[in-house]
Write a protein that binds this ligand. Structure first.
Ligand SMILES: Cc1cc2nc3c(=O)[nH]c(=O)nc-3n(C[C@H](O)[C@H](O)[C@H](O)COP(=O)(O)OP(=O)(O)OC[C@H]3O[C@@H](n4cnc5c(N)ncnc54)[C@H](O)[C@@H]3O)c2cc1C
Length: 375
């Protein structure tokens, strides 16, 4: 007998869908409330580290996503010179264990599709076009109020509703994502044959120029600059202008940045709800509880780990009590803090012009050592 029998989940991102799979597999009644009217067919690429892959293997979707994505276990660094001189190529940390690659690059909608099908097959229901605006609870149940005025009741509500979480606000948590001062251009483009791993360039006109292969024919490229007002319509032209300083595959990447290229611009944020992530029968996970600039590419990994640990405690526990919430805080808070602090520090060294003298391998190594331990 699990600690709950009927769970509402707000949000069908990686965190919400992972929790849905594991809870529905355990025979719990799961309903996901999603404000969008359906799955988005568009998106950029994502860099999934081994500790995220370990959770996807637990969900039983590893073979499927491995076949769609592009796995690699090396990380390269290039100089910000016109030749794109390769400075180093090292074996990257296999944070999911020796039997998984260090990294899988993927097209985000393909990952979302695999998770969504797995959740529905497990028995979870997804209610699209359902925007949550309020939450009420008493000692024995929690009621969600939707934009349409519907009232839906559950034993437990999981707020997996991302950065601007309505659930977080509804339960009185005041922590909000703060801008870190950086913005990122991302383009989803054809993969030049030469791109078989992530190479990072620190410096030049951007703080970071990087790319990640996502499939046989696809990859995404990114350029990180000072956050500023940017017109996405001009994105391909702006990206091509910034990329002109970089060598190696950047010449081919730049050539594919015409007006049909899928380009987007996002500002980096950081936050951490520094204490328990629940209030009574409502808990937040994933980007609702913490966010970090993707300088170490751990956001989605942390989100799915939150979901897996919460599901484990709920399915193994007999009661939704203080001990369960203390165990959840104990297993998640310090780990998320390490990732958020490390990711922010790396960006701050760049903003302060100290990256050349900073101990980047030390910082990345210590975050990797933390997340290599199973969540
Ligand atoms: C530029 C950028 C690049 C990144 N790159 C990487 C990377 O390479 N690797 C990595 O691991 N991480 C990366 N991340 C972080 C990663 O994208 C997030 O950490 C992860 O997607 C969080 O998942 P989530 O399920 O918590 O939230 P989300 O994916 O944001 O899902 C939240 C869901 O809730 C829904 N929702 C919101 N409000 C409501 C409401 N009121 N009612 C109902 N539904 C609602 C939304 O529509 C959405 O579907 C990056 C982040 C950024 C900004």
């Amino acid at each position: 007998m699990a600690a709950v029998s009927k769970v509402g989940i707000v949000g069908s991102g990686a965190a919400g869908l992972t929790a849905a799979v594991l809870l529905a597999d355990a025979g719990i009644d799961v309903e996901i409330l999603e404000k969008e009217t359906g799955p988005s067919p568009l998106g950029s690429g994502i860099t999934l580290q081994g500790n995220a892959l370990r959770i996807f293997r637990q969900l039983g979707i590893w073979d499927e996503i491995a076949a769609k994505g592009f796995a690699f276990s090396e990380l390269g660094f290039r100089a910000p010179d016109p030749a794109g001189t390769v400075l180093s190529v090292t074996d990257d940390a296999r944070t999911g264990g020796a039997d998984l690659p260090a990294t899988l690059g993927m097209y985000r909608p393909d990952l979302a599709d695999a998770l969504r099908r797995r959740a529905v097959n497990a028995g979870a229901r997804i209610s699209y076009g359902t925007k949550v605006k309020g939450v009420e609870q008493d000692g024995s149940s929690v009621t969600v109020i939707t934009d349409d005025g519907d009232r839906l009741s559950y034993d437990l509500l999981i707020g997996a509703d991302g950065l601007h979480s309505a659930v977080r606000t509804a339960i009185g948590i005041k922590t909000e994502p703060e801008p870190t001062g950086m913005g990122i251009w991302r383009a989803f483009v054809e993969r030049p044959a030469e791109v078989v791993r992530t190479d990072l360039t620190y410096g030049g006109p951007c703080y970071i120029a990087g790319y990640c292969p996502t499939g046989d024919d696809t990859m995404y490229a990114y350029l990180v600059e000072d956050a500023q007002e940017r017109s996405v319509e001009d994105g391909p032209k702006i990206m091509a202008g910034l990329a002109a300083a970089y060598g190696g595959p950047w010449k081919e990447i730049t050539a594919s940045l015409d007006h049909s290229a899928r380009v987007n611009y996002t500002r980096f944020t950081a936050h951490l709800v520094d204490g328990p992530w629940n209030r009574g029968r409502v808990v937040i996970i994933g980007d609702a509880a913490h966010s970090c600039p993707p300088t170490i590419a751990q956001g989605a990994a942390m989100a799915v780990e939150d979901a897996a640990v919460l599901a484990e405690l709920l399915t193994n526990g007999e009661e939704l009590n203080d001990a369960l919430w203390e165990a959840f805080t104990e297993r998640r808070l310090a780990r998320a803090r390490t990732v958020v602090r490390g990711s922010v520090q790396l960006g701050q060294w760049m903003l302060d012009g100290e990256i050349r003298n900073a101990d980047v391998p030390g910082l990345i190594g210590s975050v990797a050592a933390t997340v290599t331990q199973p969540a």
